[in-house]
Design a protein around this ligand. Structure first.
Ligand code: YNC
Ligand code: MG
Length: 388
């Protein structure tokens, strides 16, 4: 069934019911001297390149490859359109390795035709904090599909991760592979229902008119929580404390320090938005919410070309009810002209999705660990990790 994945140190379907297998690494690390020193072989017309995302030219080539060939929905109506600024942010966290930003070019023309990336992360699984790679942006040009290039890309990123003495990875995919640690669902909250219906993202409900639908999704013009404001650099210590404490309750979650929070949570125009609640009485930060910007191209529509989507990232409430905090997130997203606010059913998100008028999406997002076995599949609410 899975000629490649059956050869890899990942949980296998045949072992799913075997509870005698231990939790933890599947294979032990090998001495670095035993890691293959040369890249894997590509078909002769192609060559490996390391992509310098600080280079405007390279970043634009990656952007163009992804904007034309990356993930589409099942009906091929929308395609993710990660911006250049987003890609730079996603690939340049503290301690990143340029060698993990891997491209494949046509030797003769130098055209970029495939891409895969890793970034370093500390991920806690139960009480075990593990150095991992988060692998993302695997993309093969549409004209080179089904030629078994993806397994070579995955083996090459694995080799370069091993060279840094890292032996585990985390990744997500819309497809089922051996074997998910959990399977999540996206939920969508309409902010601009008219456009979402016009472009075929949503449909008018039964016995609903356009004007009833627009009224249903109306939001206040301004946020309701006293002390709700944009996060600033000075908030990093407090937000880090809130987030570290919050994430402890999940089975799998990132282990983030202040430098990580400064990178991943501090607002960056057009990429990541974050808001804190600063108590008007004590001036302490008691809550925060965050969402990232990931538009989708609308394929073959006569008038609309992009869907502006916000994706819920990390949210922590200690004083403000989570429902109210996330309603304020919807209000600021609407002010910023997003068409839709998306959230996975991870962490405590299930407690606000239905109440705040999110609807379930079709298709799942499966989470995976490489070279780390869990005894049981997790509920989405046991997962404290959002990958971009
Ligand atoms: C996928 N998304 O099952 P078997 S997500 C992993 N992730 O292998 P070929 C995938 N594996 O089943 P194509 C996968 N999709 O025979 C397919 N596969 O064992 C497996 N799409 O290869 C598949 N981006 O080259 C099969 O397929 C084998 O030409 C078939 O290429 C696949 O970034 C792909 O959805 C996805 O660009 C590149 O379809 C192509 O179809 C494409 O014949 C549109 O491949 C964009 C898209 C995927 C987004 C993502 C996470 C990737 C994780 C990769 C695994 C990382 C493992 C950890 C490595 C570090 C370890 C350490 C330490
Ligand atoms: Mg291929």
């Amino acid at each position: 069934r899975h000629k490649f994945w059956e050869t890899q140190p990942v949980g296998q379907f045949k072992d799913l019911r075997d509870t005698s297998l231990p939790e933890g690494p599947i294979e032990s690390p090998t001495p670095l001297s035993e890691v293959k020193q040369e890249p894997y072989n590509l078909p002769n017309l192609y060559e490996w390149v390391t992509c310098d995302m600080d280079s405007e030219e390279t970043c634009a080539e990656v952007y163009n490859l992804l904007s034309n060939n990356y993930v589409e929905d099942d009906e091929n109506m929308f395609r993710f359109n990660y911006s250049k600024e987003f890609l730079r942010w996603a690939l340049h966290p503290p301690g990143y390795y340029k060698s993990w930003h891997i491209g494949v070019r046509v030797k003769s023309s130098k055209k970029l035709v495939a891409f895969i990336t890793g970034i370093p992360a500390r991920i806690r699984v139960r009480s075990d904090v593990v150095s991992m790679a988060e692998v993302n942006f695997l993309c093969v040009h549409k004209k080179l599909r089904s030629k078994r290039l993806a397994p070579v890309m995955i083996k090459e990123v694995t080799r370069r991760v091993h060279l840094e003495n890292i032996w585990q990875a985390a990744y997500t995919a819309g497809v089922v592979l051996p074997t998910p640690i959990t399977s999540c669902q996206y939920w969508h909250r309409s902010l601009n229902p008219k456009k979402l219906i016009d472009v075929g993202f949503s449909r008018l409900g039964p016995r609903m008119t356009m004007s009833r639908t627009m009224k249903l999704y109306k939001l206040p013009d301004s946020t309701v929580t006293p002390g709700f404001r944009k996060m600033e650099l000075r908030d990093v210590p407090a937000v880090t404390r809130l987030l570290r404490t919050y994430l402890l309750q999940f089975v799998v979650a990132p282990d983030l320090d202040e430098l990580d929070v400064e990178h991943w949570i501090l607002p960056k125009e057009g990429v990541i938005d974050s808001y804190v609640v600063e108590s008007p009485e004590t001036h302490k930060v008691t809550d925060f919410c965050s969402f990232y910007t990931l538009p989708s191209s609308i394929l073959g529509h006569p008038t609309h070309s992009t869907l502006k989507a916000a994706y819920s990232y990390y949210n922590v409430s200690t004083k403000t009810p989570l429902l109210q905090l996330m309603n304020d997130a919807l209000i600021v997203a609407k002010q910023k002209d997003f068409d839709v606010f998306n959230a996975l059913d991870v962490m405590h998100n299930e407690t606000f999705l239905k109440e705040l008028k999110y609807g379930p999406g079709d298709g799942k997002l499966h989470y995976y660990l490489y070279n780390y076995r869990l005894k049981h599949i997790l509920r989405p609410s046991e997962l404290g990790l959002v990958l971009l």
